[in-house]
Each structure stands twice: as C-alpha cells, then as structure tokens.
Design a protein around this ligand. Structure first.
Ligand SMILES: O=P(O)(O)O[C@H]1O[C@H](CO)[C@@H](O)[C@H]1O
Ligand SMILES: O=c1cc[nH]c(=O)[nH]1
Length: 235
C-alpha cells in the first residue's frame, strides 16, 4: 500500500501505461490486456495489471495535471518499483504540422509549471526529455504497424483554460502540441533513473479548431495504445 494506491507489493508490473482518465485505464485493461486484475480503486484512479503478448503490464489512471501525475509517478516508482512509464493521453494540436487523430511521441516537454524552478532554483531552465530507448522503440513500432507519428517538443501547461499563454511563440520555436503532465513525468523519471515516454493522440486543434468524433477518438486512442504497448515489449 502507498499513500494513494491500495495495491500490494508485487501487484504492479515494472512497465506501466499511465492515462489521465481512469476510465481509459479500464478501457485499455479490458481491450488490450489478457487476464486484467484491478489492483486499485482508491479515488477511482483505477489500476489494472494483466499481460500483453505474454509480458506483464499495468495501466494506472493518473488524473489531470502535474500535481496528480506526480503523485502516481512517485509512488509507482518508489513504492512499487516501476521502471518504464508510458503516459498515454490526449493533447491539443498547436503546430500546423499536427492534425486531430495524429499520434505524437514527446521527445521533450516544455512547461510553465513551477516544478522546474522548485526543483533547481533560479537560473536553471532544465529540459525535461523522454527516454531515448523508449522513443526509438515507439517510433519503430509505429513504423512497423504503419501508424504515422509526429515526434517533437510538447508543452505541459498548468492550466487547460489559459488565454495568457503565447502559443504562437512556442509554435515558432518548434512546440507541436499541448497537454498537462509530461514535464513532471520526465522530471520524476530522471530523478529516480527510470524510463519514461509520452505517447499522445491529438484530440482537438487549438488553432484550426478541428475536433474528433467519438468513433475517430476511439481509433486514434487505439493506435496510441498499440504504439505504447509494442514499445513497452520491444525496449
Ligand atoms: O487525456 P489525458 O490523459 O487526461 O490528458 C489530457 O487531457 C486532460 C485535459 O482535458 C489533461 O490531463 C491533458 O493532459
Ligand atoms: O491538455 C489538453 C489536452 C487535450 N487538448 C487540449 O487542448 N489540451
């Protein structure tokens, strides 16, 4: 048991998929894992462990935003020994190069969160990066499955409703999409020397206004999950 998870030691696999939405954790467990067992219902942050092609994998809902994912990442690593963490989440397109339903691999995450300053103090603007091995595995897994992916710098912002953010400037500097967790996941993974990657699907576009129907969302979610699972067993 940890502060926020009721799983026993050994209930959670080394590799964990981490969707923000706990119901997406249930969906992944029921549709992609063999023999899934629910190990957590605390706060309805559902967590399951099962197997994928014979490999033990867990899926843990993390809630929305940096404070929430930080709690689950910390406890999965420190209380349960997780070694490979894959965020699987939705993101808003920012660059004209990405479109709804695209799968995005986050090479790194820019952030407006105070976690960087709170960790390093003034003057250090630490670049939070995904693990290159997982990124490489995901990129090649997607290629093998003929799922197109975009790779790049994303934004993990503290506010979903954020009129003050100069998104055009970030796009000019190569940021392609926005979500609310990856910088914290990468920072915590770096601190504890474990691997992390975010595999995202573009659910809406902040500039063009494109959005997805529920059926389209399901297909692109499935692509994102397949990429994460294949990368998980390849690396
Ligand atoms: O779809 P999930 O994984 O929740 O991710 C995105 O969706 C939420 C905002 O709607 C934030 O958590 C954001 O990062
Ligand atoms: O954080 C997010 C997630 C999806 N779409 C957005 O616009 N923002």
């Amino acid at each position: 048991m940890s502060n926020h998870l009721e799983a026993k030691m050994g209930d959670i696999a080394d590799t964990v998929l981490m969707p923000g939405d706990p119901l997406r954790a249930k969906y992944i467990a029921e549709n992609f894992l063999e023999n899934p067992v629910c190990y957590n219902k605390v706060r309805n942050a559902f967590g399951y462990t099962g197997t994928y092609k014979g490999h033990r994998i867990s899926v843990q809902g993390t809630g929305m935003g940096i404070p929430s994912i930080s709690i689950y990442a910390h406890e999965l690593i420190n209380d349960y020994g997780a070694k490979k963490l894959f965020r699987v989440g939705t993101a808003g397109g920012m660059s004209p190069d990405v479109h709804v339903r695209d799968v995005v691999l986050a090479q790194g995450s820019t952030t407006d969160s105070a976690i960087i300053h709170n960790t390093f103090g003034g003057g250090i603007y630490y670049a939070t990066l995904s693990d290159f091995g997982l990124l490489d595995a995901a990129y090649h897994a997607a290629k093998d499955m003929q799922i197109p992916v975009k790779v790049g710098n994303i934004l993990a912002e503290d506010r979903f409703y954020n009129d003050e953010m100069d998104r055009q400037k970030l796009v000019d500097y190569g940021v392609i999409a926005t979500e609310m967790e990856s910088a914290a996941l990468f920072l915590i993974a770096a601190k504890y020397h474990v691997k992390a990657l975010s595999v995202l699907t573009i659910s809406n576009h902040l500039v063009t206004g494109e959005s997805t129907s529920p059926e389209e969302r399901e297909t692109s979610f499935n692509d994102m999950i397949k990429v994460a699972l294949e990368a998980a067993i390849a690396d």
